[in-house]
Design a protein around this ligand. Structure first.
Ligand code: ADP
Length: 485
């Protein structure tokens, strides 16, 4: 099968969260199963540092009237699938992040930037003879690629099957209806059954309405988004498409996240050499300026956003510290949360270290050195850090929601379980569970048993990749049937 992924992030080229990890690793897993999977990505500034810049570029003209566009294909490597770079310097060659400028504001032309990405993907499906490769399936990820299924569905003739994956429904990609002509959509699709969402144009809605199939990244989240509370206004639409909505839990790249071979950590270890994990803890305590003490070390590696429930951590960290625990927090995002965590760190210099940065290597060192990874999310489509944690023998402490509910078994419910799970999104519930973890940490034998059990879990892509393949196969068959009718 030929499969084209379209996404705004791809690890290790550009990453702000889990989307990049998935788009970086699922294509590699599918390629190992024999499929020709390629990814389409904007040629942001800095991409050239990660790939060999293509020699050959195919001109795509100026489809949205914002600047000349060309497409180049990079060579696959052991860590990257082939990538179609969408080069449009007017939109992508700038200092800043994929979505935000240096001051932290959304790029004012994000609608055109991601419409162009989608348009390039749709054009690639048409331009078979020039690009010499035609996808059987186009797999679009999150709102940034939401217009791909729309562009493909709105034109006549042969088209590939389309899959749209919701990685996070709360980011809806909404823009004023006045941008409709700028993104090249006809007025007719500005309806409830098209791209209209509360009077605005929603890229997310385009993906949901025009794709052949919708997936999301865990079974529990697939159910949660059918309800008003977590549907972000799309619950009704999703209910009407529930026959074409599948939850597939994300996998992880077992090579990048392997404590036995991790080049970012001081003392590589595995389930048989768990005593070496404590060396990583000492090194982390030293690096973070924490007292080298024996109590449990709680880690947080997260975007600082209200979704992640970290305001609850702010309310509970002193009680945990009083009970002998320490904290290492790595994250950036909402300024109020950043300020509050930095202030707390000043209050507890021996027991709480905060780093307000994005630091991939430090994320690995925390996974290796912490005893518990805390993920108290209000909602969590899948979550990856709790999966990495289990592989590193770091017990996840999570709220029972979305993918967290699907991937962590509470020590009180499982035999022996893989972590700690609490139900209510409030400080009392989190505090209770933190205290349980602190108490259990005192029973080193039991703790080891749970660690080993967590490390045995297989969160690799083998199973989820085969589920995606099966879905692609069915959709290709359906397309063929539709064409022959
Ligand atoms: P989300 O996609 O909602 O941000 P996930 O748990 O799915 O959450 O994925 C988060 C990814 O981003 C993980 O790979 C995690 O290690 C990484 N990450 C988050 N914040 C940071 C940070 N400040 N520094 C380094 N890595 C981070």
């Amino acid at each position: 099968m030929n499969i084209l992924f379209v996404a705004s992030e791809l690890f290790p080229i550009v990453k702000t969260g889990g989307l990049a990890d998935v788009v970086g690793s699922l294509p590699l897993a599918l390629r190992q199963l024999g499929d020709d999977v390629r990814v389409m990505l904007p040629a942001y500034r800095g991409v050239a540092d990660h790939v060999v810049w293509p020699d050959v570029w195919v001109p795509f003209g100026d489809p949205l009237g914002v600047g000349e566009v060309r497409i180049g294909l990079t060579k696959p490597t052991s860590v990257l699938p082939p990538v179609y770079l969408v080069d449009c310097p007017a939109l992508f060659d700038r200092e800043g992040g994929p979505y935000l400028d240096l001051a932290g504001g959304a790029w004012a032309d994000n609608h055109v930037r991601f419409a162009l990405l989608a348009r390039a993907a749709a054009m690639l499906c048409e331009i078979g003879p020039i690009v010499d490769w035609r996808p059987d399936v186009v797999h679009a990820h999150d709102w940034h690629a939401g217009l791909v299924p729309a562009y493909l569905a709105l034109r006549a003739g042969h088209r590939p099957a389309t899959v749209f994956t919701i990685h996070n429904l709360s980011y809806t990609g909404n823009f004023p209806s006045s941008v409709l002509p700028a993104v090249g959509l006809p007025r007719e699709c500005f309806t409830m059954a098209g791209v209209e969402f509360h009077g605005e144009l929603s890229f997310m809605k385009a993906g949901l309405n025009y794709s052949d199939h919708i997936t999301t990244v865990s079974q529990t989240y697939a159910k949660e988004i059918l309800k008003e509370a977590q549907g972000y206004g799309f619950a009704g639409l999703l209910q009407s498409r529930r026959g074409e909505l599948t939850g597939i839990v994300n996998g992880i790249d077992n090579e990048i996240w392997d404590p036995a071979t991790d080049c970012h950590i001081e003392a590589p270890f595995d389930a048989r050499r768990l005593d070496r994990k404590s060396k990583n803890k000492t090194v982390l305590q030293r690096e973070m300026g924490l007292l080298e003490q024996d109590g449990p070390l709680f880690g947080v590696i997260s975007r600082l956003s209200s979704q992640k429930g970290l305001d609850l951590v702010l309310k509970t960290l002193d009680a945990a510290i009083a009970a002998g625990a320490q904290w290492v927090i790595l994250g950036s995002g909402e300024p109020e949360l950043e300020t509050a965590f930095l202030a707390a760190a000043r209050k507890f210099p021996d027991s709480l270290a905060v780093r307000v940065v994005y630091d991939e290597a430090l994320a690995h060192r925390i996974q290796a050195g912490a005893d518990v990874l805390v993920v108290p999310s209000r909602f969590e489509p899948c979550g990856l850090t709790q999966l990495y944690a289990q592989r590193y023998g770091t017990l996840p402490l999570v709220r029972r929601t979305g993918g967290l509910a699907d991937t962590v078994v509470d020590v009180a419910e499982g035999a022996p379980g893989t972590g700690f799970v609490f139900n209510d999104a409030d400080a009392a519930a989190l505090n209770f569970t933190l205290q349980c973890a602190i108490e259990l940490f005192g029973n080193r034998r039991k703790w080891r048993t749970i660690q080993r059990h967590a490390m045995k879990q297989d969160f690799g892509w083998r199973v989820p990749a085969s589920q995606y393949r099966e879905l692609y196969r069915i959709l290709i068959e359906n397309r063929a049937t539709a064409l022959s009718e």
